[in-house]
Design a protein around this ligand. Structure first.
Ligand SMILES: Cc1cc2nc3c(=O)[nH]c(=O)nc-3n(C[C@H](O)[C@H](O)[C@H](O)COP(=O)(O)OP(=O)(O)OC[C@H]3O[C@@H](n4cnc5c(N)ncnc54)[C@H](O)[C@@H]3O)c2cc1C
Length: 764
C-alpha cells in the first residue's frame, strides 16, 4: 500500500515540489543548521501546549550573580559620567576601563576555569540592562566582548590550545577583542565580502611556515580602535592547492593580533554621537600562521556556520537587554515627569493626550522585560533559538524606539535640550545604532524571521526540503513520502482547528480564569498562522522569500505570538499580580489587533484569490474582530506609572537609580516624584482654599508647619527637575581641542565649575 502510494500519488507531487519548493543555498543551509527551535516551534504547530510554557522555569540569579550586580555593577554605574564621555572626553575614563577589566566584566560568559565569571544568560542580560540605564556607551563596550565576538566563537569552536591562550587573556581584559565582518561591499549581505586570505608560505616569529596572507578593509567595527585582537571574517583561497584540491574554501574566521605588520587600526567613526569605540581597519599583506585560524586549519571555510551559531544565542541577549533597559527607563521617568510637570494648572499626567503614550510606555515595559526573561530562560536551558533571537532583536529594538519617542514627546523641551541634566537625549541617539547592528531591522523582519521561521519551526517542512535534495533518489522519495503525508494530516487537522476556533470559539487554555480568553485567542491565531504559512508555501514555494511584504507580515504574527506568550508567562511567574492585569490586557489587545491586521493584509495581497478567500473564511470569518485598548484601560495603565505603585516598582526592576550618585537628572526626578506624592494632600488643601503660597496657607491655618515645609521642599525639588542646562556660545568646545594659540580650551565641565558651580555639581 505504502509503495503504491509512493509511486502513484507521491511521485508526481515529489517532482512538482522539486521545482516549486525553495532550494537551499550553502549560506542558508548554514543559517538553518545554526541553533535550534523552542517555543517558536510550538507556536508553529498551530496548537501550542500551554503547559510547556508554564513549565519553563523563571530565570533566577545565583547568590554570586546577585552580589555581583549589587556590588561591582552598581559601583561601575556610579563611576560612569555619561555626559563627560559624550561631550568632553569622547571615551570612557581610564578608571572605568580599568574597573571593567579588573572586575572581569569583559569575561562574563567565559568559564571560570579560564578566569571568567561564567555567568548565566540571565545574569549577563541583567548586567547589560543595568549599565544601559546609566550609559549606552558603557553598555555597548561591556556587551560586545561578551556577545558575538572572539570570546563566544572561541568557546564554541576554538582548539584547546587557542582556548588556553586566549580565554584567560580575554577574561581579565589583557586583550580587548572586536569582531570584523562588515566591509564597504558587505553590509547586510555579509557573505559578499571581498576581504581575502590566500594560503601561502610566509614568515612568522622568524620562521618560515605555511599560513595565510590577508588583505582587508573593514568598517563600523565596535571596539576596533582599541582592540588588541581582531576576529576577522574573510574569504579564503588556495590557488596553489597547498592544502587540498579546493581553490575557493569560503568564509573563514581568524584571530588576528592587531599589532602585526600591515594592520592599520585606530581611526574612529562617530556613530550617532555614541562615543563607544568604533571604527574602520585595514590589513595589507598581513601574514598569519594556521594556528590563528579559529578552530585550526580544518575549520577553514566554515566561518559562516560559526558566525550563524554565535548569532543564534548572542542576538537574544545584548540588544534585547539594552532595549528592555530603554523601555524600563522611559516608562519610569516619563511617569514621574508627567506627574511632576504642571501645565494649565494641572499635572500633565491628567491630560488624556499624555495618558495615551504613558499607557503604551507602561505596557511595553511589561512586555519587553517579560520577553527578555522568557528568552533568557530558554538560553539558560541550553537552547540557541535562532528564530527567537531574530524576533527579539527586531521587536525589542523597535519597541525601544517607540518608547524613546513617546518619552521624548511627553517630556517636551526638557528632553530635547542636551546637558548633564538630560537623561533621554543619548538614549534617543543610540536607537538607530541598535536598529542597524546585528542584522538591520528591515532585513531581519522581511527576510529572516518568517523566512527561517517557516522552515525551521514547521514540524515537517525542513525534512521535506532535505528529502527533495537527497542524492539517493529512492531514499529521497521514501523520506518525502513519509513527511509529506504527515504534513497533509497536520494541515488537515489545522484547518479544522482553525474553523473551530474562529467560528465557534473553541481552543485550548490553561486553568487561568482571568486570562482564559487570551490563551484561547492565542491558540486560534497560532492555528491561523500554521495554515496561512502552509498555503503560502504551497502557492508561492521558493518565491515566498522574494515576497518580503507577505513574509514580513506572517513573521509579525509569529513574533507577536511569541511576545504575547512572554506577557502571559510574566503574569504567571510574578504570581498573577492583579494590579498588573491592565498591562496584560493592553498588550494582549494591542497584539491581537496587530495579528489580525497582518493576516488581513496577507489575504488582501495574496496572489491567489481563491486560496486567500479560503484562508479568510477559516481564520478571519467575521473580518477583524479585535479592538484596541479602550480609553479607560489606557487611563488605568497610565495611572500605574504616575503614582507610587507596586507595578511601577516591578516595571523598574534592574534599573540603576543613582544609588551612588547625587544630583543628576534621574536622581532629582526620583526625589521630586516622592515629594510630590507625599505633598499631594497638603497641596490639595491649599488648592481648595485657593491659596498658592504655602506660607500664606500656614498663616491662614489651612496647612500645618510640617505640611508647609513639605510643600516648600517639593516645589524646590520640582524646580530642580524642570531645570535644563544652558551654555555660553563659546562653551561648545570639546575637551583638549587646541585654541588658536595651541592651548587646550577649557572644557564645558570646567566652564560650568567656574560659572555655575551648582550645575557643575549636578554633573559630578
Ligand atoms: C555603530 C555600528 C556598530 C557596528 N558594529 C559592528 C561590528 O562590531 N562588527 C561588524 O562586523 N559589523 C558591525 N556593524 C555593521 C552592521 O552589522 C551593519 O551596519 C549591518 O549589517 C547593516 O549593513 P549596512 O549598514 O551596510 O546597511 P545595508 O546592508 O546597506 O542596508 C541598508 C538597508 O537595506 C536593508 N536591507 C538589506 N538587505 C535587505 C533585504 N534582503 N531585504 C530587506 N531589506 C534589506 C537593511 O535592513 C537596511 O535597512 C556595526 C554598524 C554600526 C552602524
Amino acid at each position: 500500500m505504502g509503495k503504491l502510494r509512493q509511486k502513484t500519488i507521491t511521485k508526481p507531487i515529489f517532482k512538482w515540489a522539486q521545482k516549486a519548493m525553495p532550494s537551499l543555498s550553502e549560506t542558508e543551509r548554514d543559517a538553518l543548521n545554526a541553533g535550534d527551535t523552542w517555543w517558536d516551534a510550538e507556536i508553529f504547530t498551530g496548537n501550542p501546549d500551554w503547559s510547556k510554557l508554564q513549565a519553563t522555569p523563571k530565570p533566577k540569579l545565583t547568590e554570586e550573580e546577585q552580589a555581583f550586580i549589587d556590588g561591582p555593577v552598581n559601583e561601575l554605574c556610579g563611576l560612569i559620567d555619561d555626559w563627560k564621555i559624550v561631550w568632553e572626553t569622547g571615551d570612557m575614563e581610564q578608571k572605568v576601563w580599568d574597573f571593567l577589566r579588573e572586575n572581569r566584566l569583559f569575561g562574563m560568559i567565559i568559564p571560570k576555569q579560564y578566569g571568567g565569571l561564567e555567568f548565566s544568560a540571565f545574569a549577563h542580560s541583567e548586567i547589560v540592562k543595568k549599565i544601559t540605564t546609566r550609559s549606552t556607551v558603557a553598555a555597548v563596550t561591556t556587551m560586545v566582548p561578551n556577545s558575538l565576538g572572539p570570546g563566544e566563537l572561541l568557546m564554541q569552536f576554538g582548539t584547546e590550545k587557542q582556548k588556553d591562550y586566549w580565554l584567560p587573556r580575554l577574561a581579565d581584559g589583557r586583550e580587548i577583542p572586536c569582531f570584523g565582518l562588515t566591509s564597504e561591499e558587505a553590509g547586510s549581505d555579509a557573505g559578499a565580502m571581498v576581504d581575502k586570505g590566500v594560503i601561502c608560505e610566509g614568515e612568522y616569529n622568524g620562521e618560515k611556515v605555511l599560513g595565510i596572507r590577508l588583505n582587508w578593509h573593514k568598517r563600523y567595527i565596535t571596539l576596533g580602535p582599541v582592540a588588541t585582537v581582531l576576529g576577522l571574517a574573510f574569504k579564503c583561497y588556495d590557488p596553489d592547492k597547498l592544502i587540498g584540491d579546493e581553490e575557493d574554501l569560503g568564509i573563514s574566521v581568524a584571530l588576528v593580533p592587531t599589532d602585526l605588520p600591515g594592520i592599520d587600526i585606530g581611526r574612529r567613526h562617530l556613530p550617532a554621537f555614541q562615543m563607544f569605540q568604533n571604527g574602520p581597519n585595514w590589513g595589507t599583506d598581513v601574514f598569519i600562521p594556521f594556528e590563528n585560524i579559529l578552530g585550526g586549519k580544518e575549520q577553514l571555510g566554515k566561518g559562516w556556520a560559526m558566525l550563524m551559531s554565535a548569532l543564534a544565542a548572542g542576538r537574544g541577549i545584548s540588544l534585547p537587554a539594552l532595549s528592555a533597559a530603554g523601555t524600563t527607563l522611559t516608562a519610569r521617568t516619563s511617569g514621574a515627569y508627567a506627574r511632576i510637570r504642571q501645565q494649565f494648572g494641572v499635572p500633565i499626567s491628567k491630560f488624556e493626550g499624555i495618558q495615551d503614550p504613558l499607557a503604551a510606555l507602561a505596557a511595553r515595559a511589561y512586555k519587553l522585560d517579560g520577553a527578555r526573561h522568557l528568552t533568557c530562560s530558554a538560553l539558560d536551558q541550553g537552547h540557541k533559538p535562532s528564530v527567537i533571537s531574530a524576533i527579539m532583536k527586531y521587536h525589542m529594538t523597535t519597541a525601544m524606539r517607540d518608547s524613546v519617542t513617546d518619552a521624548m514627546d511627553i517630556h517636551g523641551g526638557k528632553a530635547v535640550i542636551d546637558g548633564p541634566l538630560n537623561y533621554l537625549g543619548n538614549l534617543y541617539r543610540a536607537v538607530p545604532v541598535a536598529i542597524t547592528v546585528e542584522g538591520a531591522n528591515i532585513m531581519t523582519r522581511s527576510l529572516m524571521i518568517f523566512g527561517q521561521g517557516a522552515i525551521r519551526c514547521h514540524p515537517y517542512l525542513l525534512n521535506e526540503i532535505l528529502a527533495l535534495e537527497h542524492e539517493d533518489k529512492d531514499k529521497a522519495l521514501a523520506d518525502f513520502d513519509k513527511y509529506f503525508w504527515k504534513h497533509v494530516a497536520h494541515s488537515t487537522k489545522t484547518v479544522f482547528r482553525s474553523i473551530g476556533r474562529s467560528w465557534f470559539g473553541t481552543g485550548t487554555s490553561p486553568d487561568e480564569p482571568e486570562l482564559k480568553k487570551y490563551y484561547k485567542a492565542m491558540s486560534r491565531y497560532s492555528a491561523a498562522l500554521a495554515i496561512a504559512s502552509d498555503l503560502s508555501l504551497l502557492i508561492l514555494g521558493g518565491k515566498l522569500k522574494f515576497k518580503e511584504m507577505l513574509s514580513a507580515r506572517l513573521g509579525d504574527v509569529l513574533s507577536e505570538l511569541y511576545m504575547l506568550s512572554a506577557v502571559l508567562k510574566r503574569w504567571e511567574d510574578e504570581g498573577r499580580q492583579t494590579e498588573d492585569l491592565p498591562l496584560v490586557k493592553y498588550n494582549m489587545q494591542t497584539g491581537f489587533v496587530k495579528i489580525e491586521t497582518a493576516l488581513d493584509e496577507v489575504y488582501q495581497n495574496f496572489p491567489n484569490k481563491l486560496v486567500s478567500g479560503f484562508l479568510r473564511a477559516i481564520t478571519l470569518p467575521f473580518g477583524k474582530s479585535q479592538t484596541a485598548p479602550s480609553d479607560e484601560l489606557k487611563r488605568t495603565c497610565a495611572d500605574l506609572i504616575t503614582a507610587k505603585t507596586a507595578t511601577r516598582d516591578r516595571l523598574s526592576q534592574g534599573m540603576y537609580l543613582c544609588e551612588h550618585h547625587t544630583s543628576e537628572g534621574i536622581h532629582r526626578l526620583e526625589i521630586a516624584f516622592d515629594l510630590t506624592i507625599e505633598a499631594a494632600s497638603a497641596e490639595e488643601k491649599l488648592r481648595d482654599a485657593d491659596i498658592s503660597d504655602p506660607e500664606k496657607g500656614l498663616k491662614a491655618s489651612v496647612i500645618t508647619k510640617q505640611e508647609c515645609d513639605l510643600i516648600q521642599r517639593e516645589r524646590h525639588a520640582t524646580e530642580k527637575v524642570i531645570e535644563v542646562d544652558d551654555f555660553e556660545p563659546g562653551d561648545f568646545v570639546r575637551y583638549g581641542c587646541p585654541s588658536e594659540d595651541g592651548e587646550p580650551e577649557e572644557s564645558v565641565r570646567d566652564y560650568l565649575r567656574r560659572t555655575s558651580p551648582d550645575l557643575a555639581s549636578a554633573a559630578e
